[in-house]
Write a protein of this length. Sequence first.
Length: 365
Amino acid sequence: MARILFDSVTKRYPGGVVAVRDLELDIHDNEFVVLLGPSGCGKSTTLSMIAGLEEVTEGDLYFDDTIVNHMPAHRRDVAMVFQSYALYPHKSVFENIAFGLRMRGHNRSEIDRMVRDAAGKLEITHLLDRRPSQLSGGQRQRVALGRAMVREPAVFLMDEPLSNLDAALRISMRAEIKDLHRTMRTTFVYVTHDQAEALTLADRIVVMSDGLIQQVGAPDEIYERPANTFVASFLGSPTINYLDGAVRQADGELVFEGEGVRLTLPPAMARQLTERGRQQVRLGIRPEDVDERAEPREGESLHGRVDSVMPVGSDQFLGMKVAGGELFFRVGKDLRHEWGERIALSLDMSRLHAFDPETGESLLR
């Protein structure tokens, strides 16, 4: 098992390009950590430094109590699963899975037992004699997982392993990877730009942007209490809605007033904003935090015109034009509205978010 600690780690490439900047991150033993962010945010570089494929420019990287900055990759006891699977095309499935075991000097009977045990867990025993070219994408991914599993590594690294699979197969493979972590009881570090993968797989999510950590926390914490507008916008479908406006006292209550919008803020939010002396606020409203069937109440609802209706199976996305712009909400599939219709949607006021309109930082943490 392994605990991984980044102590002020920076990765700088020739030409002055900084991929990761002053990274402070403690990955616990047997934890499933997902590095989440857009392309170019530094997540794959972070994974490569753990694997030993990239050198640390500044700071220290620890495995348990040992600094591994200059430890070669083959001595780190890590296994990595790549987006491209990286299988040997001329070898059978059995030989692909067994390759690392042969390199480590295991005898033939041990190799046969370990390969068949892994293949049984991944339900690919019937494929052991096939070549990679004879397999589907999902089957190739299972082979790549099997090759990593048999090594029984201290650290299991995955770099966008499901991005080449179709949507249905990605869902089933997520369940298999989660089960793999539970049975192997080792440290998993997983890189993805897919928020659904992060939310369903992770014990903790590390959200990154421009080489910097934006927030670290459990999936619920990241989603429900985002540290800033970048985190809030990166998670959620459709993305979070924003309204800019001012807050002021009115009749003993704190109200938010934006263009064509007036909302009475709940006491807990009002108290925090008052303590901070806030006058300008960017209000965040998650698309699902509306009750389309509730009777709209003054100060707790939005009024606007239906601009689009997009069915997405179990739900539908409703576009609504208000004076300050267009907002999107997730509502029930049975709700019927026509383009151009004037409607009012009741908000779940307890789930509003508030951010600094200049810095983007949350005002409610």
